[in-house]
Design a protein around this ligand. Structure first.
Ligand SMILES: Cc1cc2nc3c(=O)[nH]c(=O)nc-3n(C[C@H](O)[C@H](O)[C@H](O)COP(=O)(O)OP(=O)(O)OC[C@H]3O[C@@H](n4cnc5c(N)ncnc54)[C@H](O)[C@@H]3O)c2cc1C
Length: 387
């Protein structure tokens, strides 16, 4: 196992670094860097530039826009994108439904959806979770009943991220209520959100933002050729998809940028004795976070270096767990640096300070989505520690 980059990998990194700096609009990167809200247009514009240069979906098969990169090259691409604060390709498209269609869809389905998915001409949302089916996803109760050459869907999805911006949903629904195991009777269906019978209702989050929704499905008719793969095989496709979801969720590059920003803000914060960054207790806290992040980065490099066969690695659960804990720790750091200004509404309060409390609250989500951290601990206990 080689953790240092080779000459070729360093050249590859420098090329990407220059591309992200020169080709992705600075105003978009600046908004992302300072955790301001990105518009749909920011995300679409970025993904289309990336895709035009073969940099949106490198994880896909080459014939559909992927790159024949090594795992290390893919890691460098992802890390550099985060370090440059480039909004990442929409995960629902690039990491979720795209790879599923490429792997399990018919040739017609691939031709119909993959080019538009890579270029973000279709914005997808993920219709998996339901009011009583989150961690225990296989308990989902939304049903799809075959009627001639259509399916008729009834049920409710919840926590559907960005459904308000989305064009299509990939949805899990029960097609065989009598299957011997609840996992066995589930299918994956694709439909546009403007289909008759679909109602999207926003959910306000703790930070006052509206990024998730409830989606009600009432007699939604879906042509049978929008079934992914085979009927009742949806659980296999969902597991494949959820394995990809955890890829990159550690966000090491992004946390590095935020720690760097935290130090800049601390340097601008005056105390009687100097700046906040000179305060030994504060400096020790920063050093501890930097060490934790370095340890995480090394684990990530080891996972990447050892994953050439593409098999899922249970260590990705550690990356998810520690990565999200560190993301949350840094948002807490911003609130502490801002102090009372984190609650201020005055016009002369710095934007980052005013946003810090909302960001801190918003980031509580990271330990819930992508498989809650409690569930990751169980995976680590059973598959890594053998408990
Ligand atoms: C911001 C946000 C965005 C999301 N976006 C989407 C989306 O776009 N599409 C989508 O389909 N879903 C989405 N989700 C849903 C997400 O996948 C679920 O919230 C998650 O799977 C947890 O399910 P739950 O909310 O039903 O909680 P529950 O499963 O009810 O869990 C409640 C608590 O119990 C714990 N728990 C549950 N089971 C176990 C266990 N076996 N062992 C130990 N502890 C356990 C959990 O860790 C949690 O703390 C999103 C969630 C959030 C917060």
């Amino acid at each position: 196992m080689q953790l240092a980059l080779t000459e070729d990998e360093l050249a590859f990194r420098d090329e990407l670094r220059a591309f992200f700096r020169d080709e992705i609009p600075a105003d978009i990167r600046n908004r992302a860097r300072h955790m301001a809200e990105l518009s749909k247009d920011d995300i679409v514009t970025t993904q289309r530039i990336l895709h035009a240069h073969g940099l949106a979906v490198p994880n896909w098969p080459v014939e559909w826009g992927g790159r024949d990169w090594t795992p290390i090259q893919r890691h460098i691409w992802h890390d550099e994108m985060q370090l440059a604060s480039v909004p990442e390709p929409l995960t629902f498209n690039a990491n979720m439904i795209g790879p599923v269609i490429a792997q399990f869809g018919s040739q017609e389905m691939k031709q119909r959806f993959l080019p538009a998915t890579a270029n973000l001409d279709i914005w997808w949302c993920q219709g998996f979770s339901e009011p009583d089916a989150g961690s225990d996803l296989a308990s989902l109760r939304t049903v799809a009943v075959r009627d001639g050459d259509e399916y008729v869907i009834n049920g409710q999805k919840t926590w559907t991220t960005a459904a308000q911006s989305a064009d299509w949903m990939f949805c899990l629904a029960r097609t065989d209520p009598d299957a011997p195991k609840k996992q066995a009777g589930i299918s994956m269906l694709l439909f546009p959100l403007d289909s008759p019978g679909v109602t999207v209702r926003p959910i306000e989050l703790i930070d006052g933002g509206f990024e998730v929704n409830e989606v009600f499905l009432e007699n939604v008719r879906v042509p049978a050729d929008q079934l992914v793969g085979a009927e009742n095989q949806g659980w296999t496709y969902a597991k494949f998809l959820l394995g990809n979801e955890r890829t990159g969720i550690a966000a090491v590059g992004q946390t590095k940028v935020r720690l760097w920003l935290a130090k800049e803000y601390a340097k601008q914060t005056r105390l009687d004795t100097g700046t906040l960054l000179d305060d030994p207790v504060f400096a020790a806290r920063i050093a501890e976070l930097e060490n934790e992040l370095l340890a995480l980065e090394i684990v990530q490099m080891r996972v990447v270096a050892g994953s050439a066969d593409g098999a899922p690695n249970p260590v990705s659960s550690i990356l998810k767990l520690r990565g999200t804990e560190l993301q949350q720790a840094v948002t807490e750091l911003f609130v502490d640096i801002a102090g009372p200004e984190s609650l201020a509404a005055e016009a002369d309060t710095a934007d980052w300070a005013r946003r810090s409390t909302a960001t801190y609250l918003n980031y509580r989500k990271t330990s819930i989505y992508g498989g809650s951290n409690e569930v990751q601990r169980s995976i680590i206990a059973s598959t890594i520690l053998g408990l």
